[in-house]
Design a binder for this molecule. Structure first.
Ligand code: BGC
Length: 263
C-alpha cells in the first residue's frame, strides 16, 4: 500500500479570497506564511483555477494540492456553489486545477475540510459523540461528525427559516453589509439559526469557525449565544480551511512510490 503524503499545498477558495500555504500534515501547521489573492470577479471556475495556479507558482509547488470549495462537492465535481458563479455547477474542479497546475489535486467542501482540521488538530481533537462545526463568513458552512467521522455536504447554511436561507440572515457578511452591531446580528438571526440546528441534531459540541471566530470578534459575540451543547470557537482560526485542504490531499492522493532499482 502506498504511504500517505507528508506535505501538501492547502488552498482555501472563499467568496472573497483564495488563500494557500504548504501544510505539514503530521503537525497540522503551515510551513510558510499564507499567500492570498482576492477571489476573481466573475468567479468563474477558470479564473479561480488560475488563482490557485498563481498560489502554487508562488510556492514553486510541484507536489499534491488539496483545495476547498464553498459549495457541494462530490468526487471532484462541484454540484452547487452559490457564492461563486453559476458556471461552477457540474464542473470537475479537481481536473481543471490539475490542468492549470500540473499537480495532483483533491477537492472538498470548505466547511467539511475546516471541520476535519479542527477534529484532528483543534477544538474537536479527541471529541466523541456529535460535533458540529458552523462557519460564519461570506455564507454559513457546516461540518457534522459522529465519533470523529464526517457526514459530508450537510449544507446547513441553506436551511430555510421563515422563507429565508439561514445564511441570508446570519452569515458574518450580513453583519458587515448591514453594519449591524454584534447584539443585533445575534438577535436578528444567528441565535435563531443555531437554535434550529441544535433542535434538529442535538450536538454535544458546537465549534464556531469562519471569519467570525477571530479572537477579537468572538470576544464580542461568543457570550451572547445560548446553546445546550458546549460552544467553543475554532482553534485554528482562519487557517482551518488551508490545513483541512492539506488533510483532504493526504486522504485522497497516494504518495508517489520511489522506483526500486530492480523495477
Ligand atoms: C455554501 C457551502 C459553504 C458555505 C461556507 C455556502 O453558501 O453553500 O457549501 O460551505 O457557504 O463557505
Amino acid at each position: 500500500m502506498a504511504k500517505p503524503i507528508k506535505k501538501a499545498l492547502g488552498v482555501d477558495i472563499g467568496g472573497s479570497g483564495v488563500k494557500g500555504a504548504p501544510v505539514h500534515l503530521k503537525r497540522g501547521e503551515l510551513l510558510a506564511e499564507r499567500f492570498r489573492i482576492p477571489t476573481p470577479r466573475p468567479a468563474t471556475p477558470k479564473a479561480v483555477a488560475s488563482a490557485v495556479a498563481e498560489i502554487s507558482k508562488h510556492f514553486k509547488w510541484k507536489g499534491p494540492i488539496g483545495c476547498t470549495v464553498p459549495g457541494l462537492v462530490r468526487d471532484g465535481v462541484v454540484e452547487m456553489a452559490s457564492n461563486l458563479d453559476a458556471t461552477w455547477n457540474g464542473t470537475h474542479v479537481a481536473r481543471l486545477i490539475k490542468k492549470k497546475t500540473g499537480c495532483k489535486v483533491a477537492v472538498m467542501n470548505d466547511a467539511d475540510a475546516a471541520g476535519l482540521a479542527e477534529m484532528k488538530y483543534g477544538a474537536g481533537k479527541g471529541e466523541k459523540g456529535v460535533v458540529l462545526l458552523l462557519t460564519f463568513g461570506t455564507g454559513i458552512g457546516s461540518a457534522l461528525f459522529l465519533d470523529g467521522r464526517l457526514l459530508p455536504n450537510t449544507e446547513l447554511g441553506h436551511l430555510q427559516l421563515g422563507g429565508q436561507l439561514a445564511e441570508d440572515i446570519a452569515a458574518h457578511s450580513v453583519r458587515e453589509t448591514q453594519e449591524l452591531d454584534w447584539d443585533a446580528w445575534v438577535r436578528g438571526g444567528v441565535q435563531e439559526v443555531i437554535d434550529h440546528i441544535e433542535f434538529l441534531f442535538s450536538p454535544d459540541l458546537i465549534i464556531v469557525g469562519g471569519g467570525a471566530s477571530r479572537p477579537d470578534r468572538w470576544a464580542e459575540f461568543g457570550h451572547l449565544l445560548h446553546t445546550r451543547a458546549r460552544l467553543v470557537p475554532a482553534a485554528l482560526g482562519n487557517n482551518a480551511g488551508i490545513v483541512g485542504a492539506g488533510i483532504v490531499a493526504r486522504a485522497q492522493i497516494p504518495r508517489k512510490r520511489k522506483r526500486k532499482k530492480s523495477d
